[in-house]
Design a protein around this ligand. Sequence first.
Ligand SMILES: [Zn+2]
Ligand SMILES: [Zn+2]
Length: 146
Amino acid sequence: MPFTGQCRCGQVHVQLQADTLAPLYACHCLNCQRTSGSAFALHILCGERQVEISGDVLMYNHTHEGNTSTHFVCSLCFTRLFNDTTAAPGMRVLRAGILDGSERLTPMAHIWVKRKQPWVSLPEGVAQWQESPTPEAFASAMNTQG
Ligand SMILES: [Zn+2]
Ligand SMILES: [Zn+2]
């Protein structure tokens, strides 16, 4: 069963083809704070081909420390939808807040917690890293939490 989502204005619809949703994680880095205008961003890492879109999107590239990320936004309301990055070819980072029923999703991990806003308190026992974890460390934390 696909998971569905949309931008704020409803012009762009997103379908995520997956039986179960990949784990949700929160990124507290400064870039995520700036681009979201908020305290953190909610991400789901999925396969590029799992994500289908309908509607007009705009793209922009951002290069940082040798990696280029391509960000996809609604062409009308500029809702951020997802991004690809040369750091993880074939993967796509979906903004989880655009999904229908996102209230049922709980972050399984928090990254860049050294930038976390002081008023955000994390539940005990949830995986967290001061900066970005290695892909191996992230994957093993996701597996142990089911
Ligand atoms: Zn829109
Ligand atoms: Zn971030």
